[in-house]
Ligand binder design. Structure first.
Ligand SMILES: Cc1cc2nc3c(=O)[nH]c(=O)nc-3n(C[C@H](O)[C@H](O)[C@H](O)COP(=O)(O)O)c2cc1C
Ligand SMILES: CCCCCCCCCCC(=O)C(=O)O
Length: 370
């Protein structure tokens, strides 16, 4: 249960990393300003971005002792899929900005680590190719287009390719303002397309119509009229479990459960509504509201094994990595994402043992003091 037990990536700088902060530093050093600002930024003053991390730091653990922890097991299950530990990869757009491996690297790393990847609608790689690389370990994240038929086609493609769940992002009818990207006019390099959101030619045409601002392209594409009542339409076009990503209140969590949807607690990594509540702070009221009727997940600010345990203790079935996976990809492609997951897995097992827990099932609210 030490970093020396981990498989080597044979990338010297990567093998020298001992935690996710080291990988972040390496990943950042490999990116130019355009990509770095896109990945790192939060909205406005980045209050929520900071709150995500601060929320975890403020929670204290209540370890038990004199328990046999010689054989610690971090395995769990999400929607029936076994995971080697309760961590998946959150959807993020444009992995091609980080590394030539792009989404294929992330998918392979997640699959080989026994994790699960959520593929963004705005990936640089088509769903079908990522599905193969993910070996069945993937969920598909959906941004609903104004053109329902286009959305239905993307959903059909994801389902046919073997996605195990549909994750509808509900916190982004408009994009939050990531000011560094606005200031420097964030752009996708010409070699990258967005094949699940139209052809490269369509993208370039819409970008130029939208004054070369990708943000305008997004705003034009996404349906802002979609409400709870429209979930019935989504249900009618897919047999996949539906997960609503971007829930932060008990009221919305209850509505989600009433509509038969699982709940992903998230503030989009602090990139949407700034000063929104930190995700770990929002988790207890959401878990209390749904009372086990549906699964609850969480993302935002996860960088340590103890963060994972705190979220599980407060009722999350599993957590997801946004930027941490991107830093891994930038640091070393597939091997970098794998290193990120391996280090975190190692930390989760050590934290379990030091908390006096033999497995994830033993982790409950009594483990934390808020
Ligand atoms: C660069 C970047 C791109 C993202 N793209 C998407 C996306 O396409 N769809 C989505 O639902 N969320 C997207 N997110 C939000 C993540 O899924 C996730 O909620 C967030 O990153 C979690 O916070 P963390 O980065 O602190 O782990 C993106 C986040 C980042 C940092
Ligand atoms: C000013 C940034 C422009 C980015 C435009 C495309 C955004 C795609 C949506 C991805 C996402 O959810 C995100 O958080 O970014």
């Amino acid at each position: 249960m030490t970093t020396t037990d981990l498989p080597e990536a044979n990338i010297p700088e990567l093998d020298g990393t001992v935690n996710l902060a080291d990988i972040e530093a390496l990943g950042r050093s490999r990116l130019g300003r355009n990509a770095l600002e896109y990945y790192a930024s939060g909205a406005n003053d980045e209050v929520t971005l900071a709150a995500n991390r601060a929320g975890f730091r403020a929670i204290r653990l209540r370890p038990r002792v004199l328990v046999d922890v010689s054989d610690v097991d971090a395995r769990t299950e999400v929607l029936g899929l076994p995971l080697s530990f309760p961590v998946g990869v959150a959807p993020s757009a444009f992995h091609g900005l980080a590394h030539a491996d792009a989404e294929l690297g992330t998918a392979r790393a997640a699959a080989s680590a026994g994790s699960v990847m959520t593929l963004s609608t705005f990936s640089n790689t088509p769903i079908e190719e990522v599905a193969q690389a993910a070996a069945g370990r993937f969920w598909f994240q959906l941004y609903l287009y104004t053109d329902r038929e286009v959305s239905a086609e993307v959903v059909r493609r994801a389902e046919a390719a073997g996605a195990r769940a549909l994750v509808l992002t509900v916190d982004a009818p408009f994009l939050g303002r990531r000011e560094p990207n606005e200031r420097h006019r964030f752009a996708l390099p010409p070699h990258l397309g967005v094949p699940n959101a139209g052809s490269r030619e369509q993208l370039r045409a819409m970008e130029s119509e939208a004054g070369s601002q990708l943000v305008n392209y997004f705003q034009g594409l996404v349906d802002k009229t979609f409400t709870w009542a429209d979930l019935a339409w989504l249900r009618s076009i897919t047999a996949l479990p539906i997960v609503l990503k971007g829930i932060l209140t008990a009221e919305d969590a209850l509505l989600a459960a009433h509509h038969g949807a699982h709940v992903w607690v998230s503030n989009h990594g602090g990139r949407q509504l700034d000063t929104a509540v930190g995700s770990i702070e929002a988790l207890p009221e959401v878990v209390d509201a749904v009372q086990g009727q549906v699964e609850v997940y969480l993302d935002g600010g996860i960088t340590r094994g103890t963060d994972v345990l705190k979220a599980v203790a407060l009722g999350a079935r599993c957590v997801f990595l946004g930027r941490a996976a991107l830093w891994g990809l930038a640091a070393g492609g597939e091997a970098g994402v794998r290193r990120t997951l391996d280090l975190l897995h190692d930390e989760v097992r050590l934290a379990l043992a030091l908390c006096g827990k033999q497995n994830i099932g033993q982790v409950g609210r009594d483990l934390v003091r808020l």
